[in-house]
Design a protein around this ligand. Structure first.
Ligand SMILES: [Ca+2]
Ligand SMILES: [Zn+2]
Length: 248
């Protein structure tokens, strides 16, 4: 019921209520719900990213990785030692009028079973190639290759007030219509490794359902989100975050 991811989110929400700092997002979880109302998509899901949280949580930090880091295995960092990471929240909203149903990673009858891959960093099954994270120059050339971030899709936030969750978790994955999953920036891989990227202005580019695994019907809500960001000189100090990895 309460997975580590949920507990961290609940703790985070509690912290938001009592602690006002310049870094706290002013928004609440329903901020963008009116921008992405559930519509008649003939029973199909339509996934999109919460654009406000994507921008408001974006930050650049340094983090230390050793030879045993699961991130090396997963390919979310380009090497060991201190890496400079541009990280952000990805909240996946389902604005279609049908659930996204992915099912159990371990059920041999599941038609999606081939898209599941076990994540050593998260210790559960992810959907391979679900999203693509890249840093682009303003002329849209790739400045930092980033990686394909895999996901376990589950219901974590309600985006409308009238739908009950169908109860999707990492063990039986999906997102209910009107609900959202939340990959927050402290999770392993919720970043682009920008180590050595020169100072300048760049575009953070994220695409979801990148491999086209799931049908989204009319697909009215965008699967690509972009934001511009200024990357400081690599010699400049930024915040170091060596706190234990969130692994859900
Ligand atoms: Ca979409
Ligand atoms: Zn995961």
């Amino acid at each position: 019921m309460f997975t580590p991811k949920r507990i961290i989110i609940l703790a985070g929400m509690a912290a938001l209520l009592v602690c006002i700092t310049p870094f706290v997002v002013k928004g609440v979880r329903t901020d963008v719900s009116s921008d992405f109302p559930v519509y008649n998509n003939h029973g199909l899901p339509d996934l999109t990213i919460d654009p406000k949280r994507f921008v408001s949580q974006m930050e650049i930090i340094d983090r230390l990785f050793d030879d045993a880091s699961c991130e090396i295995v997963e390919g979310s960092i380009g090497g060991t030692g201190y890496r400079r990471l541009l990280r952000f929240d990805t909240v996946l909203i389902n604005g279609g009028d049908g659930d996204l149903v992915v099912g159990s990673p371990t059920d041999s009858r599941n038609p999606y079973r081939k898209v599941f891959v076990f994540s050593p960093c998260h210790n559960h099954y992810h959907i391979e190639g679900f999203s693509n994270y890249q840093l682009l120059n303003l002329n849209r050339a790739v400045a930092a290759q980033g990686h394909k971030q895999a996901f376990c899709l589950e219901d974590l936030l309600k985006y409308t007030n009238d739908n009950k969750s169908s109860g999707y978790t990492c063990a039986f994955q999906g997102i209910t219509t009107g609900w959202a999953d939340w990959y927050f920036k402290q999770l392993s891989g919720q970043w682009i490794d920008i180590t050595g990227v020169p100072e300048g202005d760049y575009i953070v580019h994220v695409q979801i359902n990148a491999a086209g695994t799931f049908s989204e019907g009319a697909n009215k809500y965008p699967n690509v989100i972009e934001a511009t960001i200024h990357v400081p000189d690599p010699r400049n100090k930024v915040t170091i975050d060596n706190s234990p990895t969130a692994t859900d």
